[in-house]
Design a protein around this ligand. Structure first.
Ligand code: UDP
Length: 241
């Protein structure tokens, strides 16, 4: 588990965003994994997820407070959270400023429609070159369309780890592009789902808000986050022996 923490991006959110803008500007191919405890837990079970988390060409950032706290418990210094939803939103803004193109894969059709309206209104200089919802049976065929479109920004919203594994599988076919698995970010940025109120964000309680809003998440939360805490504690104890 510690190897995943060691690979995390360690600097501040603002530094990360500045680097991201520059990479977009210079067409530098980039794959960002916004890690939550689930991502690292999958990494231990799933060889493909493990390989991509450890790949030198993949940037892993701490999406949630669980990863930041877990890092501290294992003596890895990570400055702060870099939430995936902020990355997605900033990429839209940078894409608008730099007149780039975007392709969206995943989430529901109505979310994509609403997102299209938001993009046209708020980021008119960002060109939408394709949008395919996440319930098509053949996601590999959908990715071939992305290869053809050669977009500058590719947001994949299928949930962890499906989105990361799909990007990783097709990544070598691209010469450029900023690829991010964004989970439920399009639901939020399209206005279809509300992000947690400021209070929850400020106190690092977004996870609690999401469970309150969608109680069916509790099982998933237990299976990843609660087991994760025990797993990190155990590793921390080993470290201190
Ligand atoms: N999703 C999808 N196809 C699927 C399963 C999920 O497009 O087969 C989408 C879903 O609509 C949502 C996103 O994937 O927009 C995952 O959201 P969730 O909030 O579960 O992800 P998290 O942010 O918790 O990783």
């Amino acid at each position: 588990m510690k190897q995943y923490f060691n690979k995390l991006y360690k600097n501040a959110n603002a530094d990360f965003m500045a680097e991201l803008r520059e990479r977009l500007d210079k067409d530098q191919k980039t794959f960002i994994v916004t890690a939550n405890p689930e991502a690292f837990m999958f990494g231990e079970k799933d060889p493909e997820m493990h390989a991509l988390l450890m790949d030198e060409d993949v940037t892993v950032v701490a999406d949630g407070i669980g990863i930041v706290k877990g890092a501290a418990m294992l003596d890895v210094q990570v400055a702060e959270r870099i939430p995936g939803v902020d990355i997605a939103e900033n990429l839209m803004q940078y894409g608008h400023e730099l007149e780039k193109s975007i392709f969206l894969l995943g989430s529901k059709q109505e979310v994509l429609d609403a997102m299209g309206n938001v993009l046209a209104e708020k980021y008119p200089n960002l060109k939408v070159v394709g949008a395919i919802h996440g319930y098509v049976p053949d996601k590999d065929a959908a990715f071939e369309e992305i290869v053809q479109a050669k977009p500058d920004i590719i947001l994949v919203a299928l949930g962890i780890p499906a989105q990361e594994k799909l990007i990783y599988k097709h990544f070598s076919k691209f010469d450029k592009g900023i690829f991010v698995g964004v989970g439920g970010s399009l639901d939020v940025l399209s206005g279809s789902k509300e992000r947690a109120p400021e209070f929850f964000i400020r106190h690092n309680l977004e996870w609690l808000y999401r469970i309150m809003k969608e109680p069916k998440r509790i099982k998933r939360f237990y299976n990843s986050h609660v087991k994760f805490i025990f797993r990190v504690r155990k590793e921390g104890r080993k470290l201190r022996k």
